[in-house]
Design a protein around this ligand. Structure first.
Ligand SMILES: [Zn+2]
Length: 154
């Protein structure tokens, strides 16, 4: 995949991710990103988040620094997305009192193709939000730009 990846989302969706992170603080929040990804190669960003599917963080051993998505979560998220004519294009989670950068754990547990959005929550207040994509050979977990779409989107 050449060029720089971009992830589009409405301001409303971005706000919902931040709010979820604040709500579960000091624990991590997590959920699925639902949207569309066009296969057409062009200059324009064609991956867009149009909705969310919040998940329960099942890691009760260390819920503040790692999240896990189970096969059942994936199944539920897929079902929910399909019912709306969307697909699961990624996953989001929060980093309470840590920067919005993937941990080694995040990288080890990521799947190629999906977008991984991380929101940093400091003292309960949402801060930076970043997105990452793992290369097909799992060698690189690279940042992708988050573009906020104002106006038109739902
Ligand atoms: Zn993480």
């Amino acid at each position: 995949m050449a060029g720089e990846n971009k992830l589009w989302m409405s301001g409303h969706v971005a706000e919902k991710i931040r709010a979820h992170g604040a709500e579960t603080y000091p624990h991590e929040c997590c959920g699925a990103l639902l949207g569309r990804d066009s296969e057409v190669e062009s200059q324009d960003a064609l991956r867009e988040v149009l909705g969310l599917f919040p998940l329960v963080n099942r890691r009760d051993d260390s819920p503040h620094n790692r999240f896990s998505v189970t096969a059942e979560d994936v199944h539920q998220a897929d079902k929910f997305a399909q019912a709306q004519g969307l697909e699961v294009i990624g996953w989001y989670h929060s980093h309470p009192d840590h920067p919005a950068r993937p941990s080694q754990y995040d990288r080890d547990h990521a799947w190629p193709w999906y977008s991984y959005v991380i929101v940093s929550v400091h003292n309960g207040a949402p801060q930076d939000m970043t997105s990452w994509r793992l290369s097909d050979d799992r060698e690189e977990f690279s940042p992708e730009g988050i573009e906020i779409r104002h106006g038109a989107a739902v």
